[in-house]
Design a protein. Structure first.
Length: 294
């Protein structure tokens, strides 16, 4: 058996078209385009690439993009001052502060300072709490993108055994909540979990979000399972720089029913989920029902 490869790039592209299509009624009603503000502190090269691509995608889809780059030496007060300005700015519907922040800054108080209605990352405790309560709110981008892909690959999630490997606030915890809301039976595994292999072997859905190259072995995957790989690690393999996920892809693809590749799986979905959230935030802030795009 060989798994269907879940094409995140293609899914993201079609979602992008639906987002662009959904902008027109907003522009008609408000006379402006939805606005996304991205904030970067410092000059981490990877973060610079992410922030630039988020801003570029927003513009490409037809949204307004506001980029704010603060120096590495920015103080907590300066960053909080910028957040306060963006919270008050009517042209800004979504605010994203790229993580990680330089070590002298306190990320959790920065996230808590973002107006929850503009928190397109879904990381504010209000949004995390709404998700845990099963109430509508803004949902963290990576797990939202993963859920879209899982739903594209499976007829139903109800009653399925799901395992989420990783318990971060960015991915693992919200992913578990989303799966639970779909009536899956959810296990959250982490670095202290005993006998991970036997737990993965029971799972119909595996979401791997540990950030350790190929730590989920291919032969752990239950035949027919849906495997979603959030990891991206750079390895030197046969003298070549290679991007790999948290799952041993080649062997897993022989057993799984459907699997995301790295790259081209979850990655393109994360950024498109952010665009989706910016659109939803824009509609909801104006009191309009957000269009259902997936
Ligand atoms: N850094 C890596 N992933 C993310 C993300 O989803 N949101 C933010 N704000 N920073 C990140």
């Amino acid at each position: 058996m060989s798994a269907r490869i879940i094409d995140g790039k293609a899914y993201a592209a079609s979602l992008g078209e639906r987002i662009t299509g959904a902008l027109a009624p907003f522009v008609e009603k408000t006379g402006r385009r939805p606005g996304l503000a991205v904030v970067l502190v410092g000059a981490d090269p990877a973060s610079e690439v992410y922030v630039r691509s988020k801003a570029k995608m927003a513009k490409q889809l037809g949204m307004e993009s506001f980029e704010h780059v603060l120096p590495e030496t920015a103080t907590q007060e300066e960053l909080l001052g910028l957040i306060a300005d963006l919270n008050a700015d009517e042209a800004v519907d979504g605010i994203l502060v790229q993580l990680p922040l330089p070590g002298h800054l306190d990320a959790s108080s920065v996230i808590s300072a973002i107006e929850p209605a503009k928190d397109v990352d879904g990381l504010h405790p209000i949004n995390a709490g709404l998700l845990a309560s099963g109430l509508p709110g803004l949902v963290s981008c990576t797990p939202l993108g993963c859920l879209m892909l899982i739903k594209s690959a499976r007829e139903t999630l109800s009653g399925a055994e799901a395992i989420v490997v990783g318990r971060s606030i960015l991915v693992g915890k919200p992913m578990a909540q989303l799966l639970l809301a779909e009536n899956a039976t959810v296990t959250i595994a982490h670095s202290r979990t005993r006998d991970l292999a036997s737990r993965v072997r029971q799972a119909d859905i595996v979401v791997a979000a540990v950030g350790q190259a190929e730590m989920i072995k291919g032969d752990w995957v239950k035949p027919g399972a849906t495997v979603i790989d959030v990891g991206t690690s750079r390895l030197l393999r046969d003298g070549k720089k290679t991007l790999v996920g948290d799952v041993e892809f080649d062997r897993a693809a022989k057993q799984a029913g459907a699997i995301t590749p790295v790259p081209g799986g979850v990655g393109p979905m994360t950024i498109m989920s952010l665009m989706h959230n910016a659109l939803v935030a824009a509609y909801q802030r104006k009191g309009f029902p957000a269009p259902a795009l997936w």
